[in-house]
Design a protein around this ligand. Structure first.
Ligand code: ZN
Ligand code: MN
Length: 137
């Protein structure tokens, strides 16, 4: 895995401990956190970091293609360090956002291309429902 500082520098960003903390957090989670969740997770180790800094950092990461922003229909965006487009599931009970490892879905989209006067670069497919843990409750 590439060094975080190097990834930031390659994108022309000044390397700061706070930027490194936010990027590392996103790289190490599959939870698709929003800004608030990132802020809460980093607060103990970065007590001087404000929520506003987290928002600003995420915004510059997004502009530079270091993270992707996901709008899953909540009031705040979720963030994913996996920047290639991929489908997600969203649990309507607990709010969990997970990656959906089904390449068949991409195949279906590709099959539509000949019928469309449209080039597809990215599919933002979100399946809403109830996750296994919530169904057991
Ligand atoms: Zn759930
Ligand atoms: Mn994802």
């Amino acid at each position: 895995m590439k060094e975080t500082a190097q990834s930031l520098r390659e994108k022309g960003l000044k390397v700061t401990p706070q930027r490194i903390a936010v990027y590392n957090m996103l790289m190490s989670t599959h939870e698709h956190p929003n800004a608030e969740m990132i802020y809460k997770a980093l607060e103990p180790s970065n007590p001087t970091m404000s929520l506003a800094t987290v928002y600003k950092t995420l915004d510059s990461f997004k502009q530079l293609g270091l993270v992707q922003e996901l709008n899953v229909g909540e009031s705040s965006s979720r963030y994913d360090a996996v920047v290639r487009c991929h489908p997600h599931t969203v649990c309507k009970v607990c709010g969990k956002v997970e990656d959906l490892q089904k390449t068949e879905l991409t195949e279906v989209t590709k099959k539509l291309v000949p019928d469309l006067d449209f080039d597809i670069d990215c599919e933002q497919l979100i399946l809403y429902g109830t996750c296994g843990a919530c169904r057991k409750k």
